[in-house]
Design a protein around this ligand. Structure first.
Ligand SMILES: Cc1ncc(COP(=O)(O)O)c(C=O)c1O
Length: 378
């Protein structure tokens, strides 16, 4: 895709404008010389919670990747979700949310936003759009966890706009390399930058991007008022990780596809969920929604919880841990993590079997990963 360069940034912020340093220095100062200068002009920075040079250089990089006019960084993905919801909704409004979104998002909507007077209306993103009256925001995910269902972004953008609502897409699983929802009609894109954007499981961060200047301004105010601004150290780590995003996504996608194919031919696996396989229920949609690969997430159905737990214990390369999107492969069992608090009946209704094993495929040698898969199944 044009504009995929993860190292260059339009506007020159990829290098330090003062020293020319190839890596933009971390600016730790919390405060800046008084904003009104002697010549009457305004200095760009006031106080680091509002914004600071470390944040802005990474935000410019993200905006270039996302094809967005504005990007804002937050202290976590959840902080970005909260800022988005509290900017686009007010008490009495309806938020339509795709069924099966990240558990933390569901918990925030149920435990926080609903208390604030917003009606949360779950919907199935794989049926014909029919939004509840009063819907002001529609929230979907590019690729869901753990069955890796792929939503039709333009379809939901059209439905949201026809209802007078905005569409927000949590594109964490796709990353801006595989999907740019703003170009598909979305109004807002959210990332848990803790995952693929950071890429090394060593920084917690969130991001929001939009082409709407008024919305960006409101999000900026929300971040200033609520205070979840990303720390400059964390911004530096995030920016460093983003430099290799294109290389990593290429490898994550290629290895996940190869593993999915290898797993499909192995005995002892009841089902392989990967949107790049022709047998996946959303393969046709995925081909339209994801460009340059189908991502690094892969879910295997081993039939029973006992077999899933045995897999997790036997693997040696793949690390048993929550989260995703890092250079190292991780395995987790949805029944113990994302769906631990769902009732057996609701898990069944959502197709979450007891034997599911979710693998975040890293960038290790493919032969080692295939051998580890066999080891886990033995
Ligand atoms: C799809 C998705 N959205 C949002 C989040 C929340 O992000 P964070 O953990 O950075 O707050 C996560 C975290 O796992 C996620 O997987």
């Amino acid at each position: 895709m044009p504009g995929d360069s993860t190292t260059a940034v339009h506007g020159g912020e990829a290098t330090d404008p003062r020293s020319g340093a190839v890596n933009v220095p971390v600016t730790l100062s919390t405060t800046y010389r008084y904003p009104e200068l002697e010549d009457g002009s305004k200095a760009p920075y006031i106080y680091s919670r509002y914004t600071n040079p470390s944040l802005e250089s990474v935000e410019a990089k993200l905006a270039a990747l996302e094809g967005a006019k504005h990007s804002l960084l937050f202290a976590s993905g959840m902080a970005a979700i909260q800022a988005a919801c509290q900017t686009l909704l007010k008490p009495g409004d309806v938020l339509a949310v795709q069924r099966g979104v990240y558990g933390g998002t569901s918990a925030y909507l149920r435990d926080e936003l609903a208390q604030w007077g917003v009606q949360v209306a779950p919907f199935d993103a794989h049926t014909k759009p029919a939004l509840t009256k009063g819907t002001k925001l529609v929230w979907i995910e590019s690729v869901t966890n753990p069955l890796l269902r792929v939503a039709d972004v333009p379809l939901w953008a059209k439905a949201a706009h026809a209802a007078g609502a905005k569409l927000a897409v949590d594109a964490t699983f796709a990353s801006p390399l595989l999907q740019r929802p703003l170009a598909m009609g979305a109004d807002l894109v959210m990332h848990s930058a803790t995952k693929y954007l950071g890429g090394h499981s060593d920084v917690t961060a969130g991001a929001l991007s939009t082409n709407d200047a008024a919305l960006a301004e409101s999000l900026f105010l929300r971040r200033r008022n609520l205070g979840p601004t990303l720390d400059p150290h964390a911004a530096y780590l995030l920016g460093r990780g983003m430099k290799t995003l294109a290389l990593r996504m290429e490898r994550h996608s290629a290895s996940a596809l190869a593993l999915a194919k290898a797993a499909s031919a192995m005995k002892g696996i009841a089902a392989v969920h990967y949107p790049g396989l022709p047998g996946h229920s959303d393969h046709a949609i995925a081909k339209r929604m994801l460009k340059g690969g189908f991502g690094g997430m892969l879910t295997l159905d081993l039939g029973t919880l006992k077999r899933a737990q045995a897999f997790r214990q036997k693997v040696r390369v793949i690390v048993p841990a929550a989260s995703l999107g890092g250079v190292e492969s991780l395995v987790s069992l949805p029944i113990e993590t994302s769906h631990a608090y769902a009732t057996p009946a609701s898990r069944k209704a959502d197709g979450i079997g007891d034997g599911l094993v979710r693998v975040s495929v890293g960038i290790e040698d493919l032969a080692d990963l295939v051998a580890d898969l066999k080891r886990g199944l033995a």
